[in-house]
Design a protein around this ligand. Sequence first.
Ligand code: SF4
Ligand code: SF4
Length: 509
Amino acid sequence: MESKMFCYQCQETAGNKGCTVKGVCGKTAEIANLQDKLIFATKKLCAAKVPNVGKIVTLNLFCTITNANFDAKFLNDRINLTLNLIPKNFTVPEKIGVLSTEDEDIRSLRELITYGLKGMAAYLYHANALGYDDEKINAFMQETLAKLLDDKLSGEDLISLALETGKFGVYTMALLDKANTETFGNPEITKVNIGVRKNPAILISGHDFADLEQLLKQTENTGVDIYTHGEMLPAHYYPKFKKYKNFVGNYGNAWHLQQKEFEKFNGAILLTTNCLVPPKESYKDRVFTTGAVAFEGCTYIDEVKGKKDFTPLIECAKKCPPPTEIEKGEIVGGFAHEQVFALADKVVDAVKSGAIKKFIVMAGCDGRQKSREYYTEFAKALPKDTVILTAGCAKYKFIKLPLGDIGGIPRVLDAGQCNDSYSLALIALKLKEVFKLDDINKLPIVYNISWLEQKAHIVLLALLYLGVKNIHLGPTLPAFLSPNVTKVLVENFGIGTISTVEDDIKNWI
Ligand code: SF4
Ligand code: SF4
């Protein structure tokens, strides 16, 4: 059967090969082909060196990320906006998708870089929303997108470009970290309530703190409570958000449980970024989207003169019953770089005394595949003298387990969102300095990272740029890595995947 689409950008891709009829994520062939067209038009726009297009390029990349945008009108508008900026005599050729690059190694590297740039765009978008930008990052993104259309670039050229993408990934995560911490303060150790109150409520998901701040301001003294879902949980760790009395807790777990949890939440829901699961009819009228996220049939809240008016969302919430309680208790997080640096002496003493033998970085994404239960079992099976460093929604696989502490240091240290993997890199660099090591790989750290979508790719490229070796990526290696590209990653960086919990514990710990 002739394929209607081709997409293999995420870990859930069909058969770990590629979605060809409909996305496992729910993306139709129409949406997939529009996203291909938008990416192609964006590359052409960059090749044409049209000035002042940074924000357009950033949003174009971001809205094609996995589980963000399922709306044909939104994508068509972006395509038209982009094509209209390209000098006139340009028409979109017929073959533009992933498979239009015939050489599988060149295709693999081009996609690795494209996906890394999509992740970078997501982080840059959040920094932009807080008023932070960097022309060097924008210029790199645009030059690189143009290079991805250049047939003269060899495999070696593209491998260098992938590492350069990692370097700019570090810069972008540093920019976002600066934006977040200068705007909202440094994350601090925080207990987050996971139960519910009796007021009508709004559940905010995604990663955009600028949206959260506007929502909190607009709901103050309205009687509407605000809960976080998924990757918005770390907002509770920032001092500036703590002053809002109606910012009451975190509801539910990672993105893939939305259909069950959104139903029970009862109130209005705001999706600020990925990861959106196509909503069920039973609660679709309570789902609102903004930024890069859109879904046909859900109300989209646009920005007008730098402000978003969340009135329709708040009015919807007021008419809804309070959330149904699905859990009780609290979770602890807020171990970003400054907080861990403050605990540095305690941590160093624990390592020197042998109380902590190893740190395990279990950061990244969660997902719906059963094989991801591995991460829960792995966390449970770890020896009690190990500490997990986490960031991203991967944490939901183990953050509620009673794993205890080591001399007051919790055995799970949550730095925050996936972009806060940057914090984990800073913590590793700090430990390298404290222990006077000449190589980051001599630290007692094991990397067991779970990935799903393209932000994970920029984090991976950033770690490779920082010289981190022997990263275990699971639950499967990306389908877009060709055998030859995989070989390069294995030989030069020691990249591997996971096996069984028993074998991995035996071999790594
Ligand atoms: S984003 Fe993932 S699940 Fe969706 S179509 Fe692409 S590969 Fe398939
Ligand atoms: S960590 Fe990845 S999978 Fe999880 S919500 Fe963020 S973008 Fe989605």
